[in-house]
Design a binder for this molecule. Structure first.
Ligand code: NAD
Length: 370
């Protein structure tokens, strides 16, 4: 077999796998208001992960103390999702760690380091796929400027689903981007449902459909089909390049409300949005599926902060915002509101360097406001 024939054969296998994935996409949503016990998995991650998770767990234990004592909430520490263990096992999420994770309803997770180069997939991409966490939900708000954005990023497809399965031939490399009808329909529905349930009257679809004609073309068309079921909500189309500019244009940026987009664009533009809000250390993120959900900071493990001895200065606001989203997701609205109010009112500033407070000082001050 020539290298070209081998590449074509591996392409055929990839396409068959993707067709099989579509067939498995339907699941029933968990109704947390009807569950007697909820198990929250706690996963530290790498780098600054354990440091910010420590703060987040203190707050969670305080907010849910009564329900933990009554056995209605179980906090379950899950070890082993570390870069050392993943490299030793040569698995992005070691089998036994994944099995533990699947015994939980929801996860609060610290950031995980992804090895550069090589073949190993990111732990997050693996978890999003294995737990079918199709909606990456990222809020960004700056009340003083009238900015209240909610990003709905498709989380299981696009460039990521086969990101570690690309093909190399002499002198060239090819990666693949996959967009499915079912995958797009469910993220579009999640975005429009959010808009309807939260009194938003505008959803913006963000793609690069002028260039990615098949995949982003499909994404746009299906979002419009779904939009037709929500006649009270206006819908508009933007290309990712101009939307990236729009977010730094004070003349129009506060007019955007809910944005829905394929995976890669969402990954990039939400970091930009977080920076506008005050830095990646200030932004939380939810990965929602029908059965499982995972809540985390939008940033990574920040190895440079550790190298510079700045770990204690990592801002836990990111993971605490994610924690508030987790509490809402499991129908603990009162606890979520307490945490959101405390986050809004806490005046202690963490800058990520020695000019600001440490994460522990911030959490101590925040807990006085709970
Ligand atoms: P990063 O997001 O880890 O950090 C970039 C910079 O942002 C840091 O050097 C720091 O200056 C600042 N920062 C990040 N978090 C902060 C916080 N809580 N408080 C204050 N400042 C903060 O980006 P990176 O260095 O490109 O990525 C490091 C690793 O994390 C990579 O291996 C990457 O793949 C991984 N990653 C993981 C996730 C995840 O697990 N969800 C997300 C993104 C990146």
């Amino acid at each position: 077999m020539t290298e070209l024939e081998r590449a074509c054969e591996s392409f055929r296998i990839l396409m068959e796998e993707q067709q099989a994935r579509i067939a498995k996409m339907q699941a029933e949503k968990v109704d947390f208001s009807k569950k007697d016990t909820v198990t929250i998995g706690l996963v530290d991650g790498d780098g600054i992960g354990p440091l910010i998770m420590n703060q987040a767990v203190k707050v969670l234990e305080t907010l849910l103390a009564d329900e933990i004592a009554a056995g209605k909430i179980i906090l379950k520490r899950i070890e082993g999702l570390t870069i050392e263990n993943r490299l030793a096992k040569n698995q992005p999420v070691p089998t036994e760690v994944l099995a533990e994770i699947k015994t939980c309803d929801v996860l609060l997770k610290g950031p995980t380091t992804t090895p550069m180069g090589g073949k190993m997939e990111s732990a997050n991409v693996t978890l999003r796929r294995e737990l079918d966490l199709y909606a990456n939900v990222r809020p960004v708000s700056i009340p003083g400027e009238g900015i209240d954005w909610m990003f709905y990023r498709e989380n299981t497809e696009g460039e990521y689903v086969l990101g570690s399965r690309g093909v190399e031939l002499p002198g060239m490399a090819v990666d693949f981007k996959v967009t499915t009808d079912a995958g797009t329909r469910r993220i579009a529905r999640a975005a429009f449902d959010y808009a309807r349930q939260n009194g938003k009257n505008r959803v913006s679809i963000v793609t690069k459909a002028n260039i990615m004609k098949k995949t982003d073309g499909k994404f746009t068309a299906i979002c419009h089909e779904v939009a037709a079921e929500y006649p009270e909500i206006s819908v508009d189309d933007w290309y990712i390049d101009i939307m990236t500019a729009n977010l730094v244009n004070p003349a129009i940026r506060n007019q955007f409300q809910v944005m829905v987009m394929p995976n890669l664009y969402g990954d990039i533009i939400t970091d930009e949005a977080a920076q506008i809000q005050g830095g990646v250390g200030t932004a939380g993120s939810a990965n929602i599926g029908d059965r499982y959900a995972m809540f985390e900071a939008i940033h990574g493990s920040a190895p440079r902060m550790l190298e510079e001895g700045l770990g204690d200065y990592a801002n836990p606001s990111s993971i605490l915002k994610a924690e508030a989203m987790l509490l809402r997701h499991i129908c603990r609205g009162a606890a979520a509101e307490k945490l959101e109010n405390a986050l809004e009112n806490c005046k202690t500033v963490v800058t990520g360097d020695r000019s600001g407070a440490t994460g522990a000082q911030f959490t101590e001050d925040l807990m006085m406001l709970l």
